[in-house]
Design a protein around this ligand. Structure first.
Ligand code: GAR
Length: 192
């Protein structure tokens, strides 16, 4: 990938609500934005995020995940067709296979709602509260072959209050994610 010149083309993979997708689209519409979202793929036909992409006139597709191999090969074909420079996972709740990661020659980023390497996987907020953690946060990292384990690009920490529960913590962290993901992508693209 060449240094930042012109806007980089990003594909976003989602599974649901799509609030991070929305924040990335909104950033991409600002003056001097360094990237644009050109493709949205969902493994869930009912993902609210598909409606968000549609509203912003971004090519969006549901691809069935009944057959993971097919999902991945169809996605790879599309990514090639649209010549994307980067994939951003945004609430994509499936694990990409080694085959997919090997075949997609460009980088893949993910946002995760914890201070990685702590709390990989699911139910991050519940586990952080149960373990009486003082802090949690959001992490943007490069996707590699191990779950939530690639190189960290950006991390933002917040204090967990005694009054916080799973829901309030999720809400606070999501708000942070919306700010952090566009910033992390810019940082990544600038240094890549
Ligand atoms: C976000 O909190 C994101 O970090 C998390 O799912 C949520 C999706 O929300 N992702 C993961 O847990 C991936 N392991 P959104 O669909 O509104 O962006």
């Amino acid at each position: 990938m060449e240094k930042l010149s012109g806007k980089k083309k990003i594909a976003v993979l989602i599974s649901g609500r799509g609030s991070n997708l929305k924040s990335l689209i909104k950033y991409s519409k600002t003056k001097n934005a360094k990237f644009k979202i050109i493709l949205v793929i969902s493994n869930n036909a009912y993902a609210k995020g598909l409606g968000i992409a549609k509203k912003f006139k971004i090519k969006n597709l549901y691809i069935s995940y009944k057959n993971k191999k097919k999902f991945e090969s169809q996605s790879l074909k599309l990514l090639e067709k649209y010549k994307t420079d980067l994939i951003c996972l945004a609430g994509f709740m499936k694990i990409l296979s080694n085959n997919f990661i090997n075949k997609y020659s460009k980088p893949i980023l993910n946002i995760h709602p914890s201070l990685l390497p702590k709390y990989k996987g699911l139910n991050t907020h519940k586990r952080a509260i149960e373990n009486k953690e003082k802090y949690s946060g959001a992490t943007v990292h490069i996707v590699n072959k191990k779950l939530d384990s690639g190189k960290i690009i950006f991390q933002k920490k917040i204090r967990i209050l005694k009054t916080d529960d799973k829901k309030s913590l999720e809400k606070k962290i999501l708000k942070i994610e919306h700010k952090v993901y566009p910033k992390a992508i810019i940082k990544f693209l600038t240094n890549y």
